[in-house]
Each structure stands twice: as C-alpha cells, then as structure tokens.
Write a protein that binds this ligand. Sequence first.
Ligand SMILES: *Cc1c(COP(=O)(O)O)cnc(C)c1O
Length: 394
Amino acid sequence: MNYHISQRAASLAPSMTLVIDSKAKQLKAAGQDVVGFGAGEPDFDTPQHIKDAASKALADGFTKYTPSSGIPELREAIANKFKQENNLTYKPSQVIVSSGGKHSCYNVIMATCEAGDEVIIPAPYWLSYPEMVKLASATPVILETSDKTEFKVTPEQLRAAITPRTRLFILNSPSNPTGAVYTPEEIKALGDICVERGVLIMSDEIYEKLVYDGARHASVAAFSQAHYDHTIIVHGFAKAWSMTGWRLGFLAAPEPIAKAIDALQSHSTSNPTSFAQKGAVAALTGSQEHLPKWLAEYAKRRSYAHQRLNAMPGISCVNAKGAFYLFPNISKLGLKSLDFCARLLEEEKVAAVPGIAFGAEGYLRISYATSLANIEKGLDRMEKFARRIAGTAA
Ligand SMILES: *Cc1c(COP(=O)(O)O)cnc(C)c1O
C-alpha cells in the first residue's frame, strides 16, 4: 500500500548519532570489539538515593496522572534551584517539567515559532534544533563557527543575522557537540543584542554543571530584568544526574510563555512519568556528592584524550571547557567527516559521530563518557587510522 507521509515528517533528517550508534551496536552484537565514542550520555549509573526515591514512589502507588506540567513539589524544587544556584526568581507556575530536555526544547519552539519566523542557531549545533524549527514550519538560520573561535559566535555575527522575522536565538553553553563554554561576558554581549532587537533566547543549559579548568557557567537570564524577560531556560536531569532514560527535563520561562507551553503539553504528552518525578525531587534536594567525583573523572579523560588527539598526524583539537565532548579538526586528512567515521568504524572498530551531523564538515565528535581504558584503546586505534590516512604509517 502507498502510505501518505506528511511533509512535516517526511522532511526530517534521521538522527545521525543514532544511525552510527545502531551500526556500532550491530557490530558489537556480531561479536566485534567496538570502542564507542558516540555516546551522548554519561557512563555513570544514576545515584542510588534517586533510584530509591522513585522505587519508593512506585511501591507507594504513586502511579497515576499528575498535573500535566509536573508535581508542585518538583516545580518548587526547580524554582529553588534557580534561586540558589543562578540567582533567578521563578514562580513554580513559570516552571514546566517535561519528558526530557529534548521535549522541553520542542515545547519552547512549538509555542513561540511559526511559518515565516526565523530561528538563529550557531553551528556546530545539537542536531535536533534545526529539525524542531522545521517542524514548527519556521526557518533555521545557521551561524557558522570554527575551532579558530573555539566554536563560539561573535556578537557581530549575531547582530548581522537578525532580521525583522527573527523570533528566537538558540544558545547552548556548555555546548553539545563542541564542549565550548561561553564566558559570562560573552553571554551577556549576545544577550544584550537580543534584548536590544526584541529577540527571544532559548538557553539550553543542560550541561551547566559539567565545566572544567575553572570555567564558570552563566545564565543569560541573570544579567538584568530585560535579559530575564527575553529568556527561556531549558534544562534537565539527564546529564548531571545521569538520568537519560528517565525522560525528565524542565524549562523556566516568562509567565505567558509558560502558560502557552502548559496548554501545549496538556494536549500532547500530559505529565512526565509520575514516579520518575519523585526521583527528580530527590535529585535536586538530596546529596550532590556524586558530582565532584564524576567531574574529576571527566576532567582526567578529557586531558588525556585532548593530548592524544593533538599528537595524531593531521588532527588538531581545541580543549573544550565543558560537557563531555571533544571536537577534533580532521580536515587536513582530506576525508569528508562521514567517510572518515564510516571507515574508522569499518577498519578500526571505533565509533565517532561525523561533524556534518552537527552542521560542521571537517570535524568529528568524540564523547569521553566512557572509561579511560576504553578511551586509551579507541585512541590507539584512531591514531593507527590517522597515520594510515596521512601516509605516515610506521
Ligand atoms: C542531552 C541533551 C538535551 C536533553 O536530553 P534529554 O535526554 O531529552 O533530557 C538537551 N540539549 C542538549 C544539547 C543535550 O545534549
């Protein structure tokens, strides 16, 4: 039968990270020893006290519908987090809990953008942003950056890209896929332009807590009342509490936007999973002792991988200050990023994601959310591959 697929769905590009990931898993299932640098999630387990809180909620029968934007207890805990950690005042009614940070992003774009609107997205970007913008019938406007500017857009670039149709600017610091962290001054400068030109900012701060070398996360909403009024913060439990499978994210927005998203969510997914929300309350209000340990481990892996990558022929890599990714430049080796990754997987059994998936040819994304032993093994193989391609094999 000839099924009609809507233009909306048919025009979507499938997630390339998931494609590489499934190919790597296939090889693994076939008994091959694959090293995976493709993961977009922490390799640590969810802290026990969070699991216990969800188990208890389940055992206590907390298994029914909740208010669609989340239980009051959790929305309050999130508002407290913003107050204490970011000096931002949100009422619980301005906080919406959703089924993952990705879902929060989707809600923001759906509630604020429509046909004719432009959304400015710096590249390399998280690959779902442009697809979500297209789902809202709006137009992604991509701002290119490179390793020369540590993958950060400049105020001049942003200013030049704004038109009367610009609705939203998407800021993601620390960044997936590059690990770039904008300084507070840089964030303020970008925010100033959005305030001046009346453009909303969707600030995806899900990697807030994963910063290194003394880098400091700043939320654009915190610089002034005007910045606050122009900002929607997207956040979630996936990264800093290693809760990717729980599907829990949240956002904080000016009241009218929160209200619109509340309505949107009530007619689509309704509430995020009831007992998972109880786990999230424990994540915010309980011990944070896991975090310094994880950060120390990530920092060690990052330094090691950064130094190894820069020692490979034809490869250079800026040292990212956040998240758990490095974004090495492979352009000197003369292979397209997709060919590079396909051959690296085929010939050396190492999975990485091609830069083109994130709108940046000539790079790859290496996730170091895997053990140091794995990183060492994978980079040994990658070095062999790079030597072969560069014609410098011993
Ligand atoms: C992981 C991630 C998210 C949210 O992921 P969820 O699993 O949906 O919570 C949002 N933005 C970026 C940039 C991410 O890397």
